[in-house]
Design a protein around this ligand. Structure first.
Ligand SMILES: [Zn+2]
Length: 79
C-alpha cells in the first residue's frame, strides 16, 4: 500500500540526490574557473593519461571460481 509518507520520502530522496549533484557540478565548475584564472592547465579529473591504460589479467579462483587479478589472493582464501 502506497502512503503519502512514502511518496514524500521518495520525493525528498530525489531532491537530496539532485542537490548533491548540483553542488558537485558547481564545485567542478568553480575549480575549472579558478584554474583558468590562475593560468594552470585545465585537465579533466581523474588519473593522468600517459601511455596505454593498465590492464590486468583475471584468473579464476581454484576454490570458488570467482575471477580475480593474477597474483592476488581471493577473498574466499583470506578468511
Ligand atoms: Zn575464491
Amino acid at each position: 500500500m502506497i502512503s503519502i509518507l512514502k511518496i514524500l520520502f521518495t520525493i525528498g530522496v530525489i531532491i537530496v540526490v539532485y542537490l548533491g549533484f548540483k553542488y558537485r557540478w558547481r564545485l567542478t565548475d568553480m575549480t575549472r574557473a579558478a584554474a583558468r584564472m590562475t593560468g594552470a592547465d585545465v585537465r579533466p579529473p581523474g588519473p593522468p593519461r600517459s601511455g596505454p591504460p593498465v590492464v590486468q589479467d583475471l584468473v579464476p579462483c581454484r576454490k570458488c571460481g570467482a575471477y580475480i587479478a593474477s597474483g592476488t589472493t581471493c577473498s574466499c582464501e583470506k578468511s
